[in-house]
Design a binder for this molecule. Structure first.
Ligand code: DGL
Length: 266
């Protein structure tokens, strides 16, 4: 460990649950010299069905404390449901901090689709956000965009990644609305607009009625974060410096094991 590594500020990755780990794993690849703090607001999970004002206040309140406690270099909001609601307020409330957000990848989907039929699989919160509608208006008016708000998929992803079984029927019931046939064309891109969902991508692929491109924005978010975090010559990652914080204060055993697997201390 060098002195420089000791001085480097950490990167804070935030989500309502374990979904942000899909972003953390990409961010680590691009910022190997940095330490990471993974924050899961599991006491507030799932965010998908929260009333907007209450959720806004909760997240702003949490960040007041997180920034004070951990003094990060940058914060990655690895949660569409949170960032589409509170991204602008976070930047206004903490102007000294850099926030990298996660929003539904509607723009790249609109650029890539051949059939013009794109679906956005997200939480009910993200689906009803003005932010999401604005993305469609700005970048995808030439496409037919189907918004699919899933009540259960974030919870199912949590169960799945902890090693519990989830039935094919139950998963299919959540994703089948994404598959649209119209004027001889078929949906060819499904945007994974909740960071929990990439954990289930293999299941989605197996159960899909036809092959589509499942768009996961994690790498793009990591690239954006890398571009904003200064590279420090000679800095190396300090061993065992990454850890996780759960707002409940008591993650269960499978969750602790999962964090360990990701190299995150409790
Ligand atoms: N992982 C979060 C997202 O990207 C949502 C999960 C939840 O419902 O809290 O939207």
């Amino acid at each position: 460990m060098t002195a420089a590594a000791n001085e480097l500020k950490p990167v804070l990755v935030f989500d309502s649950g374990i979904g942000g780990l899909t972003v953390l794993r990409e961010a680590r690849v691009l910022m190997p010299e940095r330490s990471f703090i993974y924050v899961a607001d599991d006491a507030g999970f799932p965010y998908g069905s929260w009333e907007e004002q209450a959720l806004k206040e909760r997240i702003i309140g949490l960040f007041g404390k997180l920034l004070q406690d951990y003094d990060p270099e940058i914060c990655i909001i690895a949660c569409n449901t949170a960032f589409t609601l509170v991204g602008a307020d976070l930047r206004a409330a903490f102007p000294q901090m850099t926030f990298v957000g996660t929003v539904p990848a509607i723009k790249p989907a609109a650029e890539r689709t051949r059939s013009g039929l794109v679906s956005v699989l997200a939480t009910p919160g993200t689906v009803k956000r003005a932010y999401t509608r604005d993305l469609i208006q700005s970048f995808a008016t030439q496409c037919h965009v189907r918004l699919v708000g899933s009540e259960n998929l974030a919870r199912m992803a949590e169960a799945y990644i902890r090693g519990e079984t989830v039935s094919d029927e139950a998963v299919l019931a959540e994703i089948d609305q994404c598959f649209v046939e119209k004027d001889g064309g078929k949906t060819d891109i499904v945007v994974l607009a909740c960071t929990h969902y990439p954990f289930m991508a293999n299941l989605f692929r197996r159960l899909a009625p036809w092959p589509v491109d499942w768009l996961d924005p994690a790498e793009a978010i990591a690239r954006r974060a890398r571009s904003l975090v200064p590279l420090v010559a000679d800095a190396v990652h300090a061993e065992n410096s990454d850890f996780s914080v759960f707002t409940s204060g008591m993650p269960d055993f499978p969750t602790r094991r999962l964090m360990q697997g990701f190299g995150l201390r409790a």
